[in-house]
Ligand binder design. Structure first.
Ligand code: PAZ
Length: 347
């Protein structure tokens, strides 16, 4: 038998249209391709004017740790985004987040030899300064006058020395980069820029998304330029759109090799686990840390794609000793990241 050459084995060419049915008026019009909401968002919203500057700083930071220290890099997001109701913003919608989770977690990542990009709501809590900036004391309460000179009040000096040393370590090793946002638009653009830059670190990049990001927003196309006038409007009715779900873009396109940890906040304990699991199903990332508004400082739950739930709860003794729950969360996250990197290297 004459062997059939690969060339002869097919009687058709997919590049040739089928002439008979090329024009078939019985078939309804094919709808124009819809662009996904996330892409539409970036086409219809302007980036912040300073984004180029942030991009340069982040690139430099990543290159430094790639070439000089070899550290893994974590992007910690922290604090709440705002939704402006006016372009020259007098009024905006905000949320409760103070940035405690993010700022505290960043310190434990730094202690565990990670380099940290801290994407935070401007003027929310920062690593290290958080110990002093938002307490009920005025910062001058930490000082005292001795022989016409200002000194640290001895009641605080020992603890301050510990914090100061850690802060100086982070500074001298260039391991902490602070990147601010205020609005949800600034947050989304900055998150995208940083994520794309982190691609060069492959699996050594970790995302720890603790920021409280607005679910609803007012599109730029409908944002009044000036302060809304109460005489003109009478009642104020605000018609908000849903913020597109960017986590799928992050997982699939912006940082496909990185490990991604998101947080899920609820106030109703009966839906927390269900919501965490549906986030994992929907976005296909690696870990959701669930927490309730009421108990978030003493209890969290790790939910993983295999359906497991691992609760971390501070004991009463730990609470009395001021143990921070982030000191228990971060080593667990790091363990997961380590096996993520190992599995990735094997592939
Ligand atoms: O900032 P904070 O310490 O007051 O609160 C932290 C938190 C509850 C905002 C965080 O742990 C969290 O759950 N962030 C994600 C919120 C969400 O989008 O569901």
């Amino acid at each position: 038998m004459t062997p059939i050459s690969p060339k002869q084995s097919k009687s058709f060419r997919t590049s040739n249209p089928e002439a008979d049915s090329a024009i078939d008026r019985t078939i309804p019009d094919f709808p124009a391709a819809q662009i996904p909401d996330e892409d539409k968002y970036f086409k219809t919203h302007k980036p912040p004017s300073y984004l180029g500057e942030i991009s340069e700083q982040v690139s430099e930071f990543i290159e430094h740790h790639k070439k000089v220290t070899g550290k893994k890099v974590v992007l910690v997001t922290s604090g709440g985004t705002t939704v402006p109701l006016e372009n020259n913003t007098v009024r905006f919608i905000d949320n409760f987040s103070a940035g405690t989770r993010g700022a505290t977690s960043a310190e434990y990542f730094l202690e565990n030899d990670y380099a940290v990009i801290f994407l935070h709501r401007e003027f929310s809590l920062l690593p290290y300064s958080r110990h002093y900036s938002h307490t009920t004391n005025c910062f001058l309460d930490y000082m005292t006058e001795v022989n016409n000179k200002v000194e640290i009040n001895p009641d605080f000096a020992d603890q301050m020395l510990v914090v100061l040393r850690k802060y100086n370590d982070a500074k001298t090793s260039k391991s902490l980069l602070l990147v601010p946002f205020t609005t949800v638009n600034q947050y989304l653009y900055t998150l995208r820029t940083i994520s794309e830059l982190l691609q060069s670190l492959d699996s050594k990049a970790l995302f720890y998304l603790a920021a409280a990001v607005s679910d609803f927003f007012l599109p730029q196309s409908r944002l009044p330029q000036h302060k809304i006038q109460s005489q003109a409007t009478g009642k104020l009715i605000v018609d908000l759109e849903q913020v597109p779900k960017f986590l799928s873009r992050l997982v699939d396109n912006w940082a496909p090799s990185a490990m991604i940890v998101s947080f899920k906040l609820e106030t109703d304990s009966s839906i927390l686990i269900k919501k965490a699991k549906s986030a994992l199903d929907r976005y296909q990332h690696q870990l959701v840390i669930g927490n309730l508004l009421q108990t978030r400082k003493k209890e969290v739950v790790f939910v993983t794609p295999d359906g497991k739930e691992n609760w971390i709860t501070l004991t009463n003794e730990q609470i009395d000793q001021d143990v921070e729950i982030e000191s228990l969360i971060i080593p667990e996250v790091i363990k997961e990241h380590k096996s993520w990197v190992t599995n990735h290297d094997r592939k």
